[in-house]
Design a protein around this ligand. Structure first.
Ligand code: NAD
Ligand code: IPM
Ligand code: MN
Length: 349
């Protein structure tokens, strides 16, 4: 098969973990008789520097054409003085997600046995943890009206019923393929958008009588996730809560560097990216853990190209490397980004 996808390395550690993921994808393609047809484009800070805008037209066109996008990360101190849509995040990543209508961001948390001691949480709280966060990605406070006035600053948070309904459906559908439980997270004791959220989720739940539904306030959820993470199956939440809770969930798994994500919409189009950022503190030092990016690549193979066996092979190879202690410093190892990628590529073979 010709695996035609859009590759957007972006900023900071993005190109490092990107090169690592391409090595593994390439080894997989060779092992299974496929060819990689990579369309590399600019996004984020590097796009601002080289093309004058954070999301160049040819980047967006390629993304729409291939329908499969592998992205590293955007942003960094160099562009932090920029405002609003001139920024790598607000002008690059967010419009990419929004324009492609990738409203469902799926972020799994299932600690690897080999990493139980790498996490800052005691292993007894990690055993049995296996949940997925279904994060709404194209609405809420991220996309509301923002600005300054003579009093200060404001960010508007809005959700429509249909925006809540479509992400709730995804959560219930996913729960049906898993342990049949949805935990919806909101702040309905304070926010009107959360009250709407809860109403719509309850309404949607009527079509899924076989799925258990519970509601939790986000502050309490931050605690429950650490103290009884194994009780959760599909965690459904809005954009900003999902952003925050997924970084927290990463710590159950040992590092930000091991969690991939898929951003999906109504059609086949998919954006695959690690949940972490451009990690400016370690960029350029070959310290970045490439696993989240490698697993995002595997997810792309499965979701966009139907290459299940190939995706499984990569996921097993990652597990083998972790079992052998072949990892980067964030997980207590001593290998470089590309050394880890080479080990994983070897295991795929
Ligand atoms: P970050 O996720 O980049 O880093 C947080 C911490 O985790 C850092 O200490 C970093 O070194 C570590 N870390 C992250 N990824 C790692 C990896 N693969 N291996 C080892 N350690 C890793 O978050 P931040 O520092 O708050 O943000 C830095 C920049 O990244 C900001 O400009 C932010 O806007 C951007 N960002 C982009 C994305 C994205 O493009 N999807 C996501 C989050 C943050
Ligand atoms: C993420 C990131 C982004 C988000 C930023 C860079 C806009 O933190 O993908 O988790 O908040 O969605
Ligand atoms: Mn985030």
């Amino acid at each position: 098969m010709n695996i035609n996808f859009t590759y957007l390395p972006g900023d900071g550690i993005g190109p490092e973990i990107g090169t690592a993921a391409l090595r593994v994808l390439n080894a997989t393609a060779v092992a299974y008789g496929h060819t990689l047809d990579i369309e590399e484009h600019l996004i984020g800070g590097i796009a601002i520097d080289e093309a004058g805008v954070p999301l160049p037209t040819d980047t967006l066109e390629s993304a729409k054409k291939t329908g499969a996008i592998l992205l590293g990360a955007v942003g960094g101190p160099k562009w932090d003085h920029l405002k609003g849509g001139d920024r790598p995040e607000l002008g690059g990543l967010l419009p990419l997600r929004k324009t492609l209508e990738l409203y469902a961001n799926v972020r799994p948390a299932k600690p690897y046995t080999a990493l139980l001691d790498a996490a800052p949480i005691k292993p007894e709280y990690l055993q049995g943890v296996d949940f997925v966060i279904m994060r709404e990605l194209t609405g809420g406070i991220y996309f509301g009206d923002k600005g300054r006035d003579n009093l200060g600053a404001y960010d508007e948070c809005r959700y429509t019923e249909s925006e809540v309904n479509r992400i709730a459906i995804r959560a219930f559908e996913m729960a049906r393929t898993r342990r049949k439980k949805v935990t919806s997270v909101d702040k309905s004791n304070v926010l009107e958008t959360s009250r709407l959220w809860r109403e719509v989720v309850n309404e949607t739940a009527k079509d899924y009588p076989d799925v258990e539904l519970e509601h939790t306030l986000v502050d309490a959820m931050a605690m429950h996730m650490l103290s009884r993470g194994k009780d959760f199956d599909v965690i459904l939440t809005e954009n900003m809560f999902g952003d925050i809770l997924t970084d927290e969930a990463a710590m159950l798994c040992g590092s930000m560097g091991v969690i991939p994500s898929a951003s999906l919409g109504a059609g086949k189009l998919g954006l695959f990216e690690p949940i972490h950022g451009s990690a400016p503190d370690i960029a350029g030092k070959s310290l970045a853990n490439p696993i989240a990016m490698i697993l995002s690549g595997a997810w792309m193979l499965r979701s966009s190209f139907g290459l299940n066996e190939e995706a499984n092979a990569i996921e097993h190879a990652v597990e083998k490397a972790l079992d052998a202690g072949q990892c980067t410093a964030d997980l207590g190892g001593s290998l470089s980004t590309l050394e880890v990628a080479d080990k994983i590529a070897d295991y795929v073979d």
